[in-house]
Design a protein around this ligand. Sequence first.
Ligand code: NAI
Ligand code: MG
Length: 482
Amino acid sequence: MLLALFLVIKLATLSGKTFETIDPSSEQVIAKIAEGDKEDIDLAVKAARQAFDHGSWPRIPGCERGKIMNKFADLIDEHLEELAALETFDVGKVYSFETNVDIPSISKEVRYFAGSADKIHGKTLKLSSEFQGYTLLEPIGVVGLIIPWNFPSAMFVLKCAPALAAGCTMVIKPAEQAPLTALYLAHLAKLAGIPNGVLNVVTGFGDTAGAAVASHMDIDCVSFTGSTEVGRLVMQAAATSNLKPVSLELGGKSPLLIFDDANVNQAADLALLGSLANKGEICVCSSRVFVQEGIYDKLVENLVEKVKTWVVGDPFDPSTHQGPQVDKKQYEKVLSYIDQGKREGASLLIGGKSCGKKGYYIEPTIFENVTDDMLIANDEIFGPVMCLMKFKTIEEAIGRANATTHGLAAGIVTNDLNIANRVSRSIRAGMIWINCYHNFDSGCPIGGYKMSGVGKDHGVEALEKYLQNKAVVTPIYHSPWL
Ligand code: NAI
Ligand code: MG
């Protein structure tokens, strides 16, 4: 069954050029993918513009859009195994996680926004003078969606589902490292009945196809997830082209704070989940773990025991916890941060090397005696690397957790309600998990403070990004009352 998934995808681009996507566990080429360029983005925008300005999608009742989106969700469920296998081949994600958590979450996401498509209402305004007003929420237009490689299908749906519900049309630029599920999802969207021109996928590179999306004069808004560096370029391109609104979900250096009263076993499990899940290739990775001094030694002991049982290997094997890093570039980047940590004087508790005969595998790695000024405590490593740091007081923990230019997420492990309340309100980050980590939900907005981004994904907040708010005002003559 799986062999049938090795693909040769040569959809046409104007240039006829292709690029390769690889399986990071074998380092083998999986497929040749059409390399879209600026001219291909222009064509896709033209199709999306036509579908927005003259097509049915923004004009049909919301419940009709919802019906088609629910069909899309049904098709995702029916093709769960194919999507999961493509993701595992292309990105090295663990197959059991894909089938049990990741892919099921994306059909839920589509259904959440399908249900919102007929509940998009403005307000009636009581104005101070003899006028009445109301607001109309209109789809913003053609949207550009630039997505990363770490959760390719989840990010695809995170961006396109609210845009579809709002009645927008779109051009989606998947990451060059992981284009396969985007193409498969586009195929399922078409089977579901999403009209031609509404959802366009252009595969290609960031500095060509991606940049063309960000600077396009006929794209009305851009939503991006990826590195802080490229987020800045996207915002600049929007500013120097048509001033389109931009939402950015960027990197993080999220703290997990473990207090003395925490249950050691639960705290160690959460630290592992927060730092190592998805091989650390996750924007909210809890790469800085602050542990209060009273619990520190017991926690370290428990953590190291647990890491020894953490299986790194074939992502299709059900016993595997961690697959290979996405590609050679990320693999080398993570290893160079590990070297940097050693050079800076942090102590390696466990891990620290690559592993396996082939493939981009890295051992789960824990450093202790990490100080706040070290590079590994400041840069987003985006790999299975945990930095352990000791603290004494709550004030100290809050201050050090906030001493970062990022602010995406944070975790708190405590059984003391007062600590949980005080710390959660003091951390400058968009998502706070108390006694849990990585708990995402379609209804729960996520987005960064500071340099972790602008705007939210998930929830009604995501829908609002894709809507224009128009006010309509008329006089009221001789009203006897309101
Ligand atoms: P990236 O930011 O270059 O890639 C993300 C997306 O942006 C891809 O679709 C890419 O093609 C596109 N892109 C690249 N340059 C562009 C440009 N000039 N204009 C428009 N679009 C462009 O991220 P990359 O290089 O793959 O990873 C580097 C680091 O970024 C990672 O090590 C990690 O630290 C961070 N990252 C963060 C993510 C997150 O979830 N916040 C996701 C992926 C990477
Ligand atoms: Mg790949």
